[in-house]
Each structure stands twice: as structure tokens, then as C-alpha cells.
Design a protein around this ligand. Sequence first.
Ligand code: ZN
Length: 276
Amino acid sequence: MSASRLVFFCFTVLSFAPWLDGEPTPAKRGAARETRAEPEEPGITFNSVHVDGPYIAMTFDDGPSATLTPKLLDLLAAHHIKATFFVIGENVAEHSEIVARAAREGHEIANHSWSHPNFGKMSDEGVRRQLQQTDDAIKNATGKRPTLMRPPYGSITAREKRWIHNEFGYDIIIWDVDPYDWKRPGPAVVRARILKETRPGSIVLSHDIHPGTIEAMPSTFDELEAKGFKFVTVSELIRMAAARPARASPRPTGSGPTSAIVSPSLTPSPASSPSG
Ligand SMILES: [Zn+2]
């Protein structure tokens, strides 16, 4: 191994080391936010998007659920909100009519693997199969292939991002708002966390497989709307990306810069956190 490869290797291992231990505490997550930097991959990976306007993307993972996803689709329709669904291939195969409905109603359907494994610990061939089968299932259900992918648990290596982007053309979507709804903290907590953290350009993570999440959404949508936020799909948000992140943009919720590029170390540990 040459010296430069060794340096790269060490950097990579250090960058991803936080994923290998237990679930990060909020404090650790905060520390990671300030100190750890990933090599930037503009146009490939996003956990939020810098936009000149109050636009956000609501994303719902791990469905479709036979009972909850149709309820959510009713709510989204009532609010005229377009969302993005990161679906599990085996659920798409089982409930393709729900995915077809979501696509028909203007929502974006994106790839979240076939059976929710940890990509960071898999062979390329295994990852490729997971993505291709799901890509095919989405195409069968909606007539369109997805253009976005979210790795289960947010777990993915920098090398995987590059080859997945090259082979499938996917942008890799993480998130910057995580209400930890998979821990089932109750609808009021889910709502409060989303309202506290959401900023222009945010990509909000939730799961349409938990009843409490669906229960939280009517008032969450009401309050986000009251703050002036406008809802778009993730692909629309990316297309709105402002050229440079230096300018101030309207911030209905107050301060805090919006960033364009992901730092995957912000994402939860794959070992213990079902986020994503
Ligand atoms: Zn997931």
C-alpha cells in the first residue's frame, strides 16, 4: 500500500469509526457536527440543500405500509403537500398499488433497498442486487425508475456512494432533521422535534410504518405551514439548490446556516439505531 493510499485509508477508517460503536448520544452527534469533515462529493450526497426560500422536503421511509401509508397519502392530499417516499423493495412488491397511488398523486418514489440491510458492511454485489431489485419493483409499480437512494440507517461508505452514483445515477440522500420517531416517543414529541430542527432546505426524516408518526403529521404540517415553509420533493429541492451558500436566505424559523453537502458522520449508528 503506497503512502498516499495508506493516508486515505486511515482517514476513511477514522471518518467512519463513529458508526462502529454504540448509538451516538445527542452530545456526540453535536460534537461530530463541528469537528468531523468528509471529503465533499458535490452533486452526489445531500443531507440538506442550500436554497433561497422556505422550501423543505418531508421524507417517509421503510414503507409502504398497508394501513398507514394510505392514511398518510390522504393527509398529504388534504394539505396539498408533495413528499418523498424511500420505499423498501419487498414492501413495494407486496403493495405495489399503494406505491402507484403515491406516484400518481405527485409524490416522489425513491430506493431504500430491498430488505433494509446495512450497506456499509456488505459486498458490492449484495448492494447492487438490493438496489437493482428495488429499482425494478419501483419501475413495475410506477412506470418510472427512481433517481434517488437512501442507504438504510444512513450507512454507506464513500466508495459505495461513488460507484452507486456512477452505475445507477442515484443521488444519495441522508437527512438533517431526525425526530427519532422509530423510538415511538409519541406524536407530540415527534412534532416538537421536527418543528425545532427544520430550516429552509431541510430534508426531514420520518417513517410511515409507525402509527405515532402518522398521528403527528396533521399538526406538524399545520405548524410548518404556519411558519411559512413550503413542501417540495427531494428532487425538486435539489433542483432549487442555490449556486453558492454565502447569501442569506429567508429563515422562517430563525438562525442557522443551511448546508449543501452531507457529513455522514452525523447519521446514527447502524448497529443500534433504526433511523433511516
Ligand atoms: Zn429505513
